[in-house]
Write a protein of this length. Sequence first.
Length: 297
Amino acid sequence: MKKYAIHVVDVFTERPLAGNQLAVVLDAEGIPPEVMQRIAKEMKLSETTFVLAPKVHGNAARVRIFTPANELPFAGHPTIGTAWVLFNEGLVPGGALEFTLEEGVGPVLVRGERATGGLRFWMTHPKVTFGEVLSNRAAAAAALGLEEADLHPDAPIQVASTGLPHVYVALKGARAVDAAISEKERLGKVFRQGVFLFAASSENRLYSRMFAPHTDDIYEDPATGSASGPLGAFAVKYGLVKRSSSVSIVSEQGTKMGRQSFVHIKLEYPAEGDEPSRIEVGGYVVPTLKGELAGGW
């Protein structure tokens, strides 16, 4: 009976038992997709990844990402955490610090960077798109347990995406962010996507939370890399972070739920246009558990 190496890591943190947890199953060839889903449900983490052989020569791996309820085409902390595990386990061809992972959304470029806090990994996001604007601001605020006066007056409530759509709600301050309530039924009546709420806490720093009303078992996410790329673009687009040719932002997330995370965002802008030409999201990773997953399913 084949056994599979499994690693549990904390992503977007420099200290253990913080950030966002991730399980990574290595050499997952032969595990049927329906069993992958059952394993993710067994793990009860926001995501579990399964590492497979790449389809394109030269890429490091193919990665499938599962929540306890469904498969995702793309997600941030699973990409960062899986890249870190692959590199540290010596599974990247040539030991390269820059390589490509194949995900449902397509090829995702990642790169490692040696920094003062250790090895930080970055992923390049696909192009950002801005979508529907929710016009009923009072209803949106009420669904979050807030007043309309808590909403930032200069930013719309709008869907944005680099592969996985979220609706962005800018608030006036960190106190309003912490006061918001994740009540699944109430949120689900107003929002069709995950809800990312945030406030500018200081220059180029944001304080954030993310609610997932349509995801079973996971009501709030401590660090959401897939939402953080569009978050940076959204914050610059509506003047909550000052635009320049190169913008660096740190988003603090998960603090309210006791899993403090720091998501680093880099944006590059052309001379004209209000959308970034390049988006990167990065962070540190801390290992917490390593073991074997028994087969026999």
